[in-house]
Design a protein. Structure first.
Length: 469
């Protein structure tokens, strides 16, 4: 997502240093010499021109920006930038107040503002990238005290303080339940601990990365391995797609559940044929007279499986698809309906407010982070709601998704459509390599039917993840 900054000054430089790598940055300044000397280790698009000009801001990408920040030394220019950004319906708008006497003018525009030069970049960073982090600057802005929660998947969770120590920060205290602990070298950090860290200027991102759950963990919250069903030589594409899932996730091994004599006409053994296709992962191969739900239930009960890959190809047999959707729900294991549409450069989801660990959004974020893919969040509006004047929460859902994605270095694209949700999503699915859906029980008939319809009617691979009712 793009952030447009008006004013090439020290505050802008500090802000660019602090924000995540997922931002595409444009800086506008009227002074060509200042722009030329504007230094940043990041890639920055520099546009020379008057930031109060709508034409200049459009050239800088105003209409595609997710955030606009007015940082010039002139309040009149900053206020005009804010107005133009509001007219363009930019979701996040912030500005620097140069003269405190003009603060009331900004307040009338109902935007976030900063005043102090010493901590302006820090304040703006928190406005631009809201996180579960509280901080307070001191020593003239040269240091910060940060309070943040250790999240699931955090690099610090399960480690001792002496294993993660650094010269750039000190862990002063942690709150575990109702107990305050002064940590020492052997103190073991746990998920849910609230830690207070004193950090030197410039090390903020290092600390947040260390204590937050930014690392991809899929499919570990379901199981440690990938399994694939093979009942025909036509299923070699699914085997290859399953291998790619192992390589590009945190999974350990690939378990192949094959029907006996799959390669009976080959000179090579089944094991050698399978090994030749999936040669880059650890393989565990089991043969059965028939691959039934009973067989799969038994195998999964004895093995930690995080994804089950089911070959479909061009097969759109609704009974097979419905059976495995129910299987996913019952066993709480994601099922990948393989149609050999890998590699996945774009992964599609339906825009949702759910960003919990086992949601479609979180699975997509984890996969995109490991695969270098982008997320396409589809928002389908039913016709009867189009005329409603009630503000939608979807814009906030999108911002929350973009915040999480930016933290993982994942690009998010947003596409809208009108009409029947199931049909529109099935059509939109053709533009991505993988679409992620969730299962629901009988309490959500429409959602379940949508998952079934898209899984049956799409020509791409579909990943169905289990969800609670």
């Amino acid at each position: 997502m793009k952030v447009l900054i008006a004013g090439a000054n020290g505050i802008a430089e500090q802000l660019i240093q602090r924000i995540g790598s997922g931002w595409e940055i444009s800086v506008v300044d009227i002074d060509q010499e200042i722009l030329r000397e504007f230094a940043s280790e990041r890639k920055v698009e520099k546009i020379q021109g008057d930031a109060s000009s709508n034409l200049v801001l459009k050239k800088a990408g105003l209409e595609s920006s997710g955030a606009v920040i007015a940082l010039t030394d002139n309040d009149d220019v900053n206020i005009e930038v804010v107005k133009l950004a509001k007219d363009a319906e930019v979701p996040r708008i912030s500005a620097r107040v140069v003269d405190i006497q003009n603060e009331s003018k900004y307040k009338k525009l109902d935007i976030d503002t900063v005043i102090s030069d010493n901590i302006a970049a820090r304040q703006l960073e928190h406005l631009l990238e809201p996180r579960r982090v509280a901080s307070k600057a001191f020593a003239g802005g040269r240091a910060e005290a940060i309070e943040l929660e250790i999240e699931s998947g955090s690099p610090a969770s399960g480690k001792q303080l002496k294993e993660i120590g650094s010269d750039s920060f000190i862990v002063g205290a942690l709150l575990r339940g109702s107990s305050v602990i002064i940590p020492h070298g052997d103190t073991l950090f746990q998920t849910g601990d609230l830690v207070t860290v004193v950090v030197q200027a410039g090390a903020f991102s290092e600390v947040v990365d260390l204590f937050s759950g930014s690392e991809s963990r899929f499919p570990l919250y379901y199981g440690k391995n990938v399994a694939v069903v093979m009942e025909s030589v036509d299923h070699l594409g699914a085997l290859s797609e399953a291998e790619e899932m192992v390589i590009n996730t945190q999974a350990d091994s690939l378990y192949v559940y094959k029907k006996e004599g799959v390669f009976e006409d080959n000179i090579e053994s089944d094991e050698d044929s399978i090994g030749a296709v999936a040669s880059n992962v650890d393989l565990q191969i089991s043969s059965f007279p028939k691959i039934s739900n009973k067989v799969l239930d038994r195998e999964i009960a004895n093995t930690s499986i995080g994804i089950l890959v089911v070959p479909l190809g061009t097969n759109k047999d609704s009974s097979i698809i419905k059976n495995y959707i129910n299987f996913s729900k019952k066993n709480k294991i994601p099922v990948l309906f393989s149609r050999n549409s890998n590699p996945y450069t774009r992964i599609g989801i339906k825009l949702s407010s759910d960003l919990t660990e086992e949601s479609t959004s979180k699975v997509a974020l984890d996969l995109c982070q490991k695969m270098g893919s982008s997320i396409v969040a589809f928002e389908i509006k039913e016709a009867e709601f189009l005329s409603s004047d009630t503000p939608s929460t979807n814009s906030q859902d999108l911002m929350n998704l973009e915040d999480s994605a930016r933290y993982k270095g994942v690009e998010v694209k947003h596409e809208e459509a009108e009409g029947n949700v199931a049909k529109e999503l099935a059509n939109k699915a053709e533009s991505v390599g993988l679409f992620i859906l969730d299962t629901t029980g009988s309490s959500s008939w429409q959602k379940r039917k949508t998952t079934e319809f898209i899984s049956i009617n799409s020509n791409i691979s579909i990943l169905v993840v289990p969800s609670e009712d």
